[in-house]
Design a protein around this ligand. Sequence first.
Ligand code: SAH
Length: 399
Amino acid sequence: MLGGLYQKINFMKVFIVCSASSFTSGPGRARALLFADKNANLAPARKAMTTKAIPIKTLSFDELKEKLVAMGLKAYRTGQIFAWIYHQHAVSFNEMTNIARAERELLAAVFAITAPTVLLVERSSDGTRKFLFGLDDGHTVESVLIPDEDRQTLCISSQVGCRQACRFCLTAQSGFIRNLKASEISDQVLEVSRVLRREGSRDITNIVLMGMGEPLANFIELTRALRTITSDKGLGISPRRVTVSTSGLVPEIGKLGALGLRVNLAVSLNASTDEVRDRIMPVNKRYPIRELLAACRRFPLEPRRRITFEYVLLKRVNDSPEDALRLVKLLRGINCKVNLIPFNPFPGSEFQRPDDGVVRRFQQVLLDHHYTAPVRESRGRDISAACGQLRERATIALP
Ligand code: SAH
């Protein structure tokens, strides 16, 4: 629909799909394919955990090393086990052939290699794939894979549901259920990567935390997961290719910067005045725009890196040229770019998507002031609506 507006800028073009791509009425609806990915359901890896077994992926490298040494194993086994799990995608200790059989049996008695199950995969005609993961307590989360010429971006979730209550977001409507554990966050990457390797496709190159949930509201587990995702011993994705998106939790933005993880920061600004932002994003009452932007100014940026501001365009709410001008003033002095996201409606949503001309006019103001300001058109419009829709449908579809 907005194809002409879609700009190809070589940075993540994914979040819109995770958060709000509209599939319900999308043009390619008939071609959408919904299926249970039986192959992706790797039964041997999903053996029921014995009551005492420690889910090994919940342990950091150092924590595992400590446990192995306490069990009388050599510390260097830690590196071997990590390589088997995160590089070779091993699903059982039996596969770890450079470890003596007796030790493998000991490991299997103490630890379990568990993972979320791929319950459903939806494929879009444009190559986007949406994965629905079943967690061990029966809850589900989504990840979205967006292939592109030069990258393969995975958008992952950080919580089941969300507490932020943004009025334009479908995930908000289901409320908050629980935080994901670190391993449940990083396992989304590992499991999709496993599927890609099996089919001989290009591996994941970029990660964005723009799926379900507010990543910074799950700070400890998020940062543990980020270490697994970015460390060479773990999934080995460069932090330059990982982006954490937040609705604007000011203290946690500071904490994330101070940790020195070197991941990218994206901030969902979505308004140019506190009055409007208060209305559409309740978090603004706690951390108003001034404080949020001050935190962004303090966020440590490496050379040639920028903060991304996301701006969901809502018809007649925040889409006027005056809004755009105010935005320009607000962002002055911040090394940033702005991603413009025309609202993706979902059933029952109170907002509308602005007309193309309005979107272009808004964008032009930013371009005139020398901002990079791509319009992020949704990909995979034919497979599901806002983040959470696959989950909702699956609740109905699955036994
Ligand atoms: N909680 C985090 C990450 C999840 S939302 C955050 O707020 O950044 C990811 C992005 O999707 C945010 O920029 C949000 O503003 C946007 N978004 C949510 N619902 C949307 C919708 N219906 N249409 C367009 N963008 C939406």
